[in-house]
Design a binder for this molecule. Structure first.
Ligand SMILES: *[C@@H]1O[C@H](CO)[C@@H](O)[C@H](O)[C@H]1NC(C)=O
Ligand SMILES: *[C@@H]1O[C@H](CO)[C@@H](O)[C@H](O)[C@H]1NC(C)=O
Ligand SMILES: *[C@@H]1O[C@H](CO)[C@@H](O)[C@H](O)[C@H]1NC(C)=O
Ligand SMILES: *[C@@H]1O[C@H](CO)[C@@H](O)[C@H](O)[C@H]1NC(C)=O
Length: 389
């Protein structure tokens, strides 16, 4: 019990430092990086040693895929919170199941068609003789998740395929992750509750945090990579920054206020599978398979702080966790807290780094980034009440 008490006090102290920087009496720990807003010179998921990232973007339509490769021995976990997920090999990550290592995670656009990208990554890793050792040969373990972007651009038949995954795998390196409209972020968008006409462009964002324990000098790094493709709006520190637009397209509608004011249900206002925010956490922490799953679960809190509404019936939200175990730190509470923080910051980067597509403005093109509730015209009302009985 005393051991637990000490750990608990440490957790509170570390948490307080990360969140408010107030805990500096008998400092046990400090942050090795400035905790102020992560800027481009700061880390990305590849700050975790052994993690490589590769992208492949289609030229015919804004879509693509990406791979996060573990060039080490990674334990993997996953937590699926959304209700319209498109996944492959996620059952294998259940802590009760056999395989204890993960070689790579694939995140792809193209809805269920994009799951083919994982086959290309399996081929690429098999050529390098990387995989779970079986009596016959190594079998690459490559869980994957996809997002829906088929209505972006003019040809829904252009989707990431196995060759896209193969190219992404061959391109993987440990340089800082390129963000914005790239890979699975090419066709990502948000604010889709009233249809694509009112949505905004987002993309891919990645950040990393490192915490050092002053007593033991041990450090732990947690990186996040997220592709933001949600029904809901995005908030930065509680302030709405991007999402569904008003009918004139110039202001933010504020989806939550809109729904609460109209005191109604949003059932069936659009078709299932139109969103999904997918992410991967990587850490050098020493975690068990069950703890890796717990970190994925806590990381979803980062989604909830930055996206509202989130985890709806139309969001297939998935977060994977890869843990290399090279750090002696194995505190799942600290790692989970850091993961949620890294995800929240990465979501905001994904919005801020995105570039507009025709009919799909990014945050930089919106005339006002403040919250407005300028309901005008009947278009939104019609859309909103069309299936309400
Ligand atoms: C939130 O606000 C705090 C305090 O002003 C600031 O340090 C932090 O960078 C902000 N977070 C984001 C994600 O902008
Ligand atoms: C992968 O890891 C091995 C062994 O640590 C190292 O020699 C190699 O350079 C790494 N590959 C990449 C692409 O970083
Ligand atoms: C679709 O979009 C691409 C890229 O903008 C363009 O080159 C192509 O002509 C378009 N095709 C059709 C059928 O509109
Ligand atoms: C919403 O509608 C229900 C049912 O008509 C009513 O009981 C409730 O008071 C309404 N809430 C608000 C905030 O108007």
């Amino acid at each position: 019990m005393p051991k637990f008490t000490i750990n608990f006090v440490q957790i509170i102290c570390w948490s307080t430092i990360i969140l408010s920087n107030l805990c500096d009496a008998d400092n046990l720990v400090e942050l090795t990086q400035k905790r102020v807003h992560i800027s481009s010179q700061d880390g990305s998921i590849t700050s975790v040693v052994g993690i490589l990232v590769g992208h492949n973007s289609k030229t015919e339509r804004p879509t693509g895929c990406m791979v996060i490769i573990c060039n080490a021995t990674c334990v993997g976990g996953v937590d699926v919170r959304g209700s319209a997920p498109g996944t492959r090999e996620t059952d294998l990550l259940d802590p009760i199941n056999l395989v204890n290592i993960v070689n790579a995670i694939v995140l792809s656009g193209g809805s269920a068609f994009g799951l083919d990208a994982a086959s290309g990554v399996v081929r690429c890793l098999a050529e390098k003789k990387i995989g779970f050792q079986t009596p016959a040969r190594p079998v690459p373990i490559v869980p994957a998740a996809v997002l829906y972007d088929l209505d972006v651009g003019n040809d829904s038949f252009v989707v990431p395929d196995a060759d896209s995954g193969y190219e992404a795998c061959m391109a993987a390196d440990n340089s800082r992750v390129t963000e914005g409209n790239i890979g699975a972020g090419s066709g990502a968008s948000i604010g889709k509750l009233f249809g694509m006409k009112y949505a905004m462009k987002t993309g891919l964002g990645s950040t990393a945090l490192t915490v050092r324990n002053l007593a033991t000098h041990a450090t732990v790094t947690v990186g996040a990579l997220v592709v933001v493709n949600a029904v809901g709006d995005v908030y930065k520190n509680g302030t709405l920054i991007a999402g569904a637009r008003t009918s004139d397209g110039k202001h933010l509608l504020n989806t939550v206020n809109y729904l609460l004011r109209f005191n109604s249900s949003v059932d069936n206002t659009f078709s299932v599978g139109m969103a999904t925010t997918i992410a991967c956490i990587a850490t050098d922490a020493y975690l068990t398979k069950a703890q890796a799953k717990k970190v994925s679960q806590m990381a979803h809190d980062g989604y909830a702080r930055a996206i509202n509404p989130i985890h709806t019936m139309f969001d297939g939200d998935v977060i994977f966790t890869l843990a290399t175990g090279t750090s002696p730190v194995s505190d799942v509470n600290l790692v989970g807290l850091m993961a949620a923080e890294a995800i929240e910051r990465a979501i905001i980067r994904a919005v801020e780094q995105a570039k507009s597509l025709p009919g799909l403005p990014s945050v930089h093109e919106l005339s006002s980034s403040g919250e407005t509730f300028a309901f005008s015209g009947t278009l939104l009302t019609l859309c909103f009440f069309s299936n309400y009985t």
